[in-house]
Structure formats: C-alpha cells, structure tokens
Design a binder for this molecule. Structure first.
Ligand SMILES: NC(=[NH2+])NCCC[C@H](N)C(=O)O
Ligand SMILES: O=C(O)CCC(=O)C(=O)O
Ligand SMILES: [Fe+2]
Length: 335
C-alpha cells in the first residue's frame, strides 16, 4: 500500500474543545492554502450510507440504454439528467465517463430575454422510472452533504479570520447544490481522459470514490494521486473560494485518469456554490494573510466570475455542448 499524498483532516475536532478546534482550523488553513485538496474524516456519515450511494450509481448505470436515454440531459434546459460516454467535454476534449446529474428540486422559471441566462439552471430534476427509490435517497444525500459543506464553509471563514457568518448571506436563499453519479469505464489505452484537468466553479466539492484510484491533483510537485481512503470524502476548493480570498485559497486543478481495461470506477461528486443570484464577496483579509494572497488565477480560457450564476453557467455550457446548442443557442452564437 502506498502512503497517502494528501492531508487527512478530522472534522469531529471542530466540535470538540477549544484546543482541538484550533488544531483543526490550523490544519485546514495549511491544507487549503498549500494544496487545496484534502481527505475529510469524522464527518458522521457512515460508510454504510456511502456504500448505498455507490450501489445506487452501479444500479443506475447498469440500466438498459433506453432507460438512461429517457432521462437524457439534452432534454433538460437545467442541465439535469443522464450524459452518455462521449457527451461531456473538458478543455474541448471528450471525457471517458458517463454520469447522472441532479441539483436542487425546483420549479423552472418562466424566462424572458431580459433575464440573465443563468436563471435557466433553475428547474426540476429528471428521475429514472426503473429506480423509484432513487429520488428520495439522492435528495436526502444531497441535503446531508449540503449541511456538511455549510459547516466546512464556516470553518473556512474562521481560517480567513472572518466572522463565522462571512459566507452565510450568500446562502440565505439556499445554496446552489449539484451532484453527479459517475462511472468511468476501463480502457486499454494509456492515460485516457476520464475527465480532463479542470477547476470546480463553486465554493467546495466533496467527492465520494469507490476503491479504485484515478483522481489526480496538480501540486507544486506535479500530479499526485488522491488514492481512495475508506470512509473519507475528498474535499477540494472551488473557484468561488479562490475569488473570495483573493487567491489565498486555491482552486486546484484536478483530473481523473481512466481505469485500466476490465475495471470500472464509480464516484459521486457533490458541488456546493452560493445561491445563484449572489455575488461572492471579496473578503477583507488581515495583513498577514493578505500578504500571501496572490490574486485569483487569470486564465483567458477560464475567466472567473464573482457573479455566482454566471460562473456556474460558464462551466455547464462548455461541458455540455448539446444542451448549450439546444437550450442556450442565443448565447453560444456569440463569441
Ligand atoms: N461540474 C463540474 N465540476 N464538472 C467538472 C468537469 C469538468 C467540466 N467538464 C469543465 O469543463 O469544467
Ligand atoms: O470522479 C471524481 O473522482 C472527480 C470528478 C470531478 O472532479 C468532477 O466531476 O468535477
Ligand atoms: Fe472536479
């Protein structure tokens, strides 16, 4: 067994006495600033429950093709539903994964051209008729991970020496939450793009992975393996935290390399952003932190937007060109 290359943080310390709480915040500060990725343990979600979610993923992807196509994402202006292998792009290249996306269960808004395009993200999920228990299970899971993310976010506020509520007013009307069940098929080719290198657009991401490696993180020492750690979530920082902290916290590039032939890897990724109509605050950092904040990354291929809906929609449009063409044609013609 190889040793883990990312820090392990036990969030139960946050609920302990002042010493253990301080210890957790200190570790969080270092992990978030230097790597932007870590394992989270002590979160109170049982391995049994984690296994149930991965089992649901296995059941979904094993459904006959027509059952999956019946909930195809291309039929949803809200980017919900099934995407087959080949349907998603990262950095303009095809990813070797299939996935099922849900977000908060909402009613679609009646759109008109005067409204910002990101309002199209709001809407209902699509659910497969063949798995009647899936909706309740996944919405409940989404709620649990949402609560865990809010707790983590308040810890980040403390790390940045802000009031514990610093991010709370960007979540008042409900955080933007997004969840994917993912299957990475094995390939015989070397280093296939399961998902290409990218940053996540939100505040935070929690990844539940099965027993197979594949997730990799770009560090100062090159790509390192986020090898599975039983019971843990892999947490990474998204673009909104990088923006809010003026680059003190890093949204780290990561990717998934396809498993070898004969192996399939399942994961569940949960993304949490502020409410879509929020603008992420640029926090006023104390001098010693501000001195280490290098400003957010500036990449012409990936502009970062403080306006949350705009930043989220950016990621969705470039990832799902079929949905973009069908439902956001007015936007995709411009460029
Ligand atoms: N919702 C996500 N975080 N998707 C991450 C995958 C990368 C995505 N295809 C992109 O271009 O950014
Ligand atoms: O499947 C994984 O382990 C990570 C997926 C990921 O990074 C993403 O979908 O944004
Ligand atoms: Fe990601």
């Amino acid at each position: 067994m190889t040793s883990l290359q990312l820090p392990v943080l036990d969030i139960s310390l946050l609920h302990g006495n002042a010493v253990s709480r301080q210890h957790f915040l200190q570790q969080l500060a270092v992990a978030a600033r230097d790597i932007g990725f870590f394992y989270l343990t002590g979160h109170g979600i049982s391995t049994g429950q984690q296994q149930q979610i991965l089992q649901l993923a296995r059941q979904f992807f094993a459904l006959p093709e027509p059952e999956k196509q019946a909930v195809s994402m291309v039929n949803s202006a809200h980017f919900r539903g099934y995407t087959q292998v080949g349907g998603e792009l990262t950095q303009g290249r095809v990813d070797q994964r299939e996935q099922f996306d849900i977000m908060r269960e909402q009613t679609a808004l009646a759109l008109n051209s005067a409204m910002p395009a990101w309002q199209g993200l709001v809407g209902p999920n699509q659910w497969p008729a063949a798995l009647p228990l899936m909706q309740t299970a996944l919405l409940q899971w989404q709620q649990q991970l949402s609560e865990l993310s809010v707790t983590l976010l308040s810890a980040f506020a403390q790390v940045l020496q802000q009031p514990a509520t610093a991010f709370a007013n960007t979540l008042q009307d409900g955080a933007y939450t997004h969840m994917k069940l993912i299957r990475y098929p094995g390939t015989s080719a070397v280093a296939q793009q399961g998902v290409g290198a990218h940053k996540d657009p939100g505040y935070l991401t929690l990844v539940l992975q099965d027993q197979h490696s594949g997730l990799e993180v770009l560090t100062d020492n090159g790509w390192v393996d986020a090898a599975p750690l039983a019971g843990a979530f892999v947490v990474n920082i998204g673009e909104l935290l990088e923006l809010a902290s003026n680059g003190y916290l890093k949204a780290t590039l990561h990717r998934v390399v396809s498993p070898p032939k004969g192996i399939e890897r399942f994961s569940c990724a949960f993304f949490m952003a502020a409410q879509l109509d929020a603008t992420v605050p640029l926090l006023n950092l104390p001098a010693e932190l501000a001195a280490q904040a290098k400003g957010p990354a500036s990449d012409p291929n990936n502009p970062l937007f403080y306006q949350v809906g705009e930043n989220v929609l950016k990621g969705r449009l470039r990832s799902h060109p079929d949905v973009a063409r069908k439902h956001y044609a007015a936007l995709t013609q411009v460029v």
